[in-house]
Design a protein around this ligand. Sequence first.
Ligand SMILES: *Cc1c(COP(=O)(O)O)cnc(C)c1O
Length: 232
Amino acid sequence: MTIISNSLQVIQTNILQAKNRVNRQDNVKLLAVSKTQGAERLREAYRAGQTVFGENYVQEAIVKQNLLGDCNIEWHFIGPIQSNKTQLIAQHFTWVQSVDRLKIAQRLSKARDITLPPLNICIQINSSNEASKSGIQSQELIDLATEITKLPNLKLRGLMAIPAPTSDVAKQRQQFKVVREAFMLLQQNGFDIDTLSIGMSDDYVAAIEEGATIVRIGSAIFGARTPVKNDE
Ligand SMILES: *Cc1c(COP(=O)(O)O)cnc(C)c1O
């Protein structure tokens, strides 16, 4: 057994235990965040059964997608999006979790090949400013969700957030709660969404207890990242 497959197994066990603690029967998707990792390391995770991967840089991702063309992988884009990258992102991913403004959503919809299924979209919200309800502008969020829902080649799936790192579990949960409440607000307003993407290597257990349906985990699978300069 390799280190990567062992880590994946430990994480899957932790996910199951966290779900059990809060009596959840629904699915929690493990997204392996593979930025800065070479294609061979992704292949190793794939061989261990991991099929969902998240990337932050378009060019880097495309190189790996080509090297792993024989694998049946679901690719999520989770990095900041510049307008001039929307074309490539719409072509090379099935999910984009980091949509934070309408202009980007419009460009993604326009660039999405109509013969492909709609691009799955999460709105990225900021939950770390203040750990309170006012941290998220509810009306702004509803307006953005409304406009995204009108775009033909996108499917709004839910929310993504990257809370401020803290080792205080109560604080972790408080930040996740803010995001879950925004998610529920959208559902109450009639949006057909099912995805709450919160939780990373250091806080995914708290995130699952707070309702995460996707956890995005990098270093706990692949080990610490060596910082790279990325000039995209
Ligand atoms: C890098 C990254 C992660 C994973 O972070 P780890 O702490 O290594 O698990 C998750 N989400 C996003 C958006 C990231 O950029």
